[in-house]
Design a protein around this ligand. Structure first.
Ligand SMILES: [Zn+2]
Length: 140
């Protein structure tokens, strides 16, 4: 026989631990106060959880809006979404070959600019030297 640990607040029946595990009194059907509190706590906890889940979903939606895709684990080089550079899939920097091509184009542009500057400086120096030599010769 179980030892009575509590009396029902409604009917006064002796309740054992086994009785208290049930949501309400075995004798009169009254919902136990501790159980009602537990249910309330569960409801509050559920609300908090739902809020947290909603916030999480909102953050995820923001992320997707900003980057076109959710935070994905890194894929191998050249992999599509969430690749090595975390670039947006389909973007100009998602394809390493296109990155290389753009880089080469940039280098070629810089190189041609340098060539042009070198030619102009060389021509300028030659002209300057020619003028100086001419002036020196004319004075003599
Ligand atoms: Zn009772």
């Amino acid at each position: 026989m179980y030892e009575a640990v509590q009396k029902c607040t409604h009917c006064g029946a002796n309740l054992t631990l086994d009785d208290l595990r049930k949501p309400n009194c075995t004798y009169c059907g009254t919902v136990y106060p501790h159980h009602a509190q537990a249910a309330q706590h569960a409801a509050v906890a559920g609300q908090v959880m739902n809020q947290m889940m909603a916030q999480q979903a909102q953050i995820q939606a923001h992320w997707q809006g900003a980057y076109g895709a959710g935070p994905l684990p890194p894929a191998p080089f050249g992999g599509a979404p969430g690749g090595q550079f975390g670039a947006a899939p389909g973007g100009p920097y998602a394809d390493p070959q296109r990155i290389a091509a753009a880089h080469m184009q940039h280098v070629a542009g810089v190189a041609s600019t340098i060539k042009l500057v070198v030619i102009l400086v060389t021509v300028g120096v030659f002209l300057l030297v020619g003028v100086i030599v001419a002036v020196a010769l004319l004075r003599i």
